[in-house]
Design a protein around this ligand. Sequence first.
Ligand code: ZN
Length: 464
Amino acid sequence: MTLRDALDRTLLLMRDEVHDTVTDDELIAALTGLRVALVADAANIASHSAQTAFVTAAMLMARSGHHVHLICPPAALVGQQPPLGRGDLVEELARAGADLLPGYSFATGAPVGEVDIAITLGNSEISVRAARLIRLNARPWSGHLGDQTASNMWDGGLWPLGGMAAAGLAAAEAFKTSMRTLAHAARNPARMETVFAPATNVVFALAPEGTPFVRQLGTFDCISGGAIINAILYALARVPGVEGRARVIEPDTTDTSNLNRYMLLQRSRLKDDKAHDLATILTGCGLAIEPVPKRYEPAQLPSLLPLAASVLVGVDDIPTRWLVQRAGPDWLGVGATTHWSALASFHADGLGCAQCLHPTDDPGNAPIPTVAFVSFWAGLLTASYFLRHRASQTIPASEQQIYLTALRPEHPSWSAVPRRRGCPSCAALRAPVLDKSAQRSPHTRAGGAVFLAARFPVCPAGTD
Ligand SMILES: [Zn+2]
């Protein structure tokens, strides 16, 4: 197992932007050569929000191989931060960091000389010389990326969602700094100059401030145990006092090439099955995970249905999203990525369904280019929709989906999902033979046959 194996999918994504003559070693050098100082002082690291931002930024940058100095005084973790244990923030981060990419570790001392980028929380004092200084801040539901002129104390408090958004903003800035060292080999120099330019003074709102906090998540199902479900569960596990029960329906085992983006995965646990691994790492976190090591596909439906009323989907395979939609969950959240962009949507009665949103399949078995901060954004955005749903907030239909190119967080695109005429999944959901008892009792012989025949008249292909 090598660093190159672990960064395989990240390198694939970088190759979108650079000529084929660039070697893997050059790409890896661009990632590992980036020197970052992540800085917080005692006053600014005290809250759960700030600690979540610090941990998340550190882990996202570590999964992209950046050389990160953790500069923070001793601070007891005030909330749970899986895959970290309880204890001191920097000690636990250092332990977790040594169990990520092969050969990787955080630096816990001050850097010698100038770093490429210093990322500081709130108005923490900084004694490091840096080519660029970023100051992060947060409100409960929004993350803030500022420059050296930002001067406010960390403002996130207890609720950690905004802190995670701040971390996502910071990790993208670090990654762009790495990419700009490859500008000489850019396929499109103008794109490199614009898309990969620094972002400054960004406020990214996951939800309106004032959105209620919620900790009772009830019962829900997760379809897949991959990168996006990892990010969703990573975010939900940080909700103070969270309680919930979830099935994770996923047949595969973890692989070295997952380390670049699976937020809860550690190298020492590779080759476990993904569903059991999530159950293990989240033990004691308030989220009771029931691993279901099966593929969500037509042949398995009799043993998997009924789904919970709320379902979170993180599969790349588009027909699988249709298959979940046709099972008729009351509320469905879908997270996805494509190259540098993260997508999230939710689907409920009266709104466009998952097939209205993605009506055509995009088959292919080639390895998918992905990077830590994009997968994380997809999960964070989906988790935010879910928390708003659980808080009984009415989300405007005009915000039913979000498309975020994570490199340019100034311009998220929120929009409706129009219902499509002739959508097969919408038609299946209206099938007249269906009644609620059949939907909720598909295991009974009669109910199951009626339900399956009504909802899945033509079963799509299996999942990826
Ligand atoms: Zn539809």
